[in-house]
Design a protein around this ligand. Structure first.
Ligand code: HEC
Length: 147
């Protein structure tokens, strides 16, 4: 009985910590970070933050939005026919492969966007292939890397 209760105490202490460490944020939760600039409705802010709703950078090849979330983006980019020229910081160190997959799946399926879901394995592949990258992507670099 004493052994049993010691085991129970150990379990009750360890379980919440282990559960917390494993729980990935959902796409909507991660998007809370992005919404500061791209807005909750994905419309961005005219001339400053480009929209994700209707954006070909979001709904095209899945590697493109994955690469942008991991490493950020800078320089001139045209989105939905309008030009932007600013900087988005990288998020590779903040979000796990699962979380990047969740948020990219989220932005590809919200606000009328209808592109395929992405998997943590796809994120891991891009993360590995681009791990030497030290700067944000330019639009031209993305088009060359993922034609
Ligand atoms: C601090 C503001 C900011 C935050 C936060 C931010 N972005 Fe961006 N994002 C930008 C800017 C600015 C650009 C355009 C960069 C340029 O001019 O080259 C951009 C570009 C993009 C693009 C490509 C262009 C487009 O509009 O389709 C995608 C996709 C994107 N961001 C997704 C995300 C996601 C997903 C998150 C959250 C994980 C996020 N961003 C967080 C500012 C931000």
């Amino acid at each position: 009985m004493r052994v049993m209760s010691a085991a129970l105490v150990a379990l009750s202490l360890a379980a919440p910590i282990a559960l917390h460490a494993q729980k990935a944020k959902t796409g909507a939760e991660v998007y809370g970070t992005c919404a500061a600039c791209h807005m909750a409705n994905g419309a961005g802010m005219a001339g400053v933050f480009p929209p994700l709703a209707g954006s070909e950078w979001v709904t095209g090849k899945p590697e493109v939005p994955i690469a942008i979330v991991l490493h950020g983006m800078q320089g001139e980019v045209t989105v939905n026919g309008a030009k932007y020229n600013s900087v988005m910081t990288p998020w590779a160190s903040l979000f796990s492969d699962q979380e990047v997959a969740n948020v990219v799946t989220y932005i590809r399926s919200q606000w009328g966007n209808k592109a395929s879901a992405v998997t943590p394995a796809q994120v891991a592949a891009v993360r590995t292939a681009t791990k030497a990258r030290k700067t944000q992507w330019t639009a031209a670099e993305l088009q060359k890397a993922y034609p």
